[in-house]
Design a protein around this ligand. Structure first.
Ligand SMILES: C[S@@+](CC[C@H](N)C(=O)[O-])C[C@H]1O[C@@H](n2cnc3c(N)ncnc32)[C@H](O)[C@@H]1O
Length: 309
């Protein structure tokens, strides 16, 4: 068993297949996971920084020239021989780890969503399916040979459809599309989001940007944590990546346990998460070595970045 003190937040470096069986039954009211999507290619992102340079390779506003320097590169493999078995083993553990009123959000794309839905129906029971959330965005290239795919799917399942936690009042309301049609008072209050969430990807020049490939926006996680957890609850994300779930949990007063097997993800999380309450361990529960130098001083990891794959 991994003894993870409830008064701390935890980041565990290791394969979640090794870590999850060591966590006690029914210990998380909310699990969010965003596994590799089985895109068939490596997910890589290289950060860049730019500086004024009259001989530079980029031309900016007013014809000024800038030199580009490549910074850190983060990557993880996203190709599986048997993707569904990989997911199934971990979702069975997630089912065991949820509290009786608990909820899981499973983030996936259009290529695997339908197979995963059937898998979740088998593990949780079809009656435990709560929602299919469509996260729609508008970014990147557009195919001319089919409808450009510009959404992810988030499957939501609960342990018990007769008794689960969902706090509608805690969800941030959004503007009506046609405020003129609903009256002043309603328009001022805004409306509750539906199961289609229009939300930008993490903008390139945003302070939220870590440079980690496939980083998800905090706005998406904020909505999930507000609706399906209470302040003080402990949230689990065992494909943690850049630690978006942890960052939002810290903002909203939730505790977290994050797991990732990629040392680059651990490095990014070290820089991103307010460190005071976080314990950093391996899959055996042993403390991770302190990073060499001042990790937070790396200027290339946060800020401007671009995908190279
Ligand atoms: C799509 S990314 C998650 C991105 C994250 N939601 C964010 O906002 O940054 C998937 C992550 O799963 C991790 N991963 C893949 N297989 C894993 C495994 N078996 N155990 C733990 N982590 C794994 C990868 O290293 C990668 O960081």
């Amino acid at each position: 068993m991994l003894e993870l003190d409830r008064d701390l937040d935890w980041v565990v470096h290791g394969d979640n297949a090794d870590v999850l069986p060591k966590l006690p039954d029914a210990s998380f009211p909310l699990i969010y996971i965003d596994p590799p999507f089985n895109s068939g290619r490596e997910q890589r992102r290289t950060s860049i920084s730019v500086a004024r340079d009259d001989a530079g390779d980029r031309i900016g506003f007013g014809g000024r020239r800038y030199a580009t320097e490549l910074g850190n590169s983060t990557a993880f493999a996203d190709k599986f021989d048997d993707y569904l078995s990989f997911i199934a083993e971990r979702v069975e553990q997630a089912h065991r780890l949820l509290t009786p009123q608990g909820t899981i959000y499973f983030h996936i794309d259009y290529r695997e969503a339908h197979y995963c839905k059937i898998l979740f129906d088998e593990i949780f029971g079809r009656e435990c399916f709560l929602n299919e959330i469509i996260w729609a965005y508008d970014y990147g290239g557009r195919s001319k040979r089919r409808w450009p795919a510009k959404h992810d799917t988030i499957l939501v399942y609960v342990r018990d459809p007769a008794s689960y936690f969902f706090d509608q009042d805690a969800i941030e309301r959004i503007p009506y599309m046609a405020p003129g049609l609903v009256g002043k008072e309603k328009a001022a209050r805004g409306k509750l989001p539906t199961d289609v969430w229009w939300h930008t990807i993490v903008p390139t020049n945003s302070s939220e940007r870590t440079g980690y490939a496939t980083q998800k926006p905090e706005g998406i996680l904020r909505r999930i944590l507000c609706a399906s957890s209470r302040p003080g609850d402990r949230v689990l994300d065992f494909f943690a990546g850049s630690g978006t779930t942890g960052a939002v949990a810290q903002q909203l007063g939730r505790r977290f346990v994050l797991v990732d097997d990629n040392p680059e993800a651990i490095n990014v999380m070290r820089q991103r998460l307010a460190a005071s309450s976080v314990a950093w361990v391996d899959a055996m529960g042993a403390s991770l070595p302190e990073p060499e130098g001042d990790a937070s001083a790396d200027p290339t990891l946060f800020g401007t970045s671009q995908a190279t794959a």
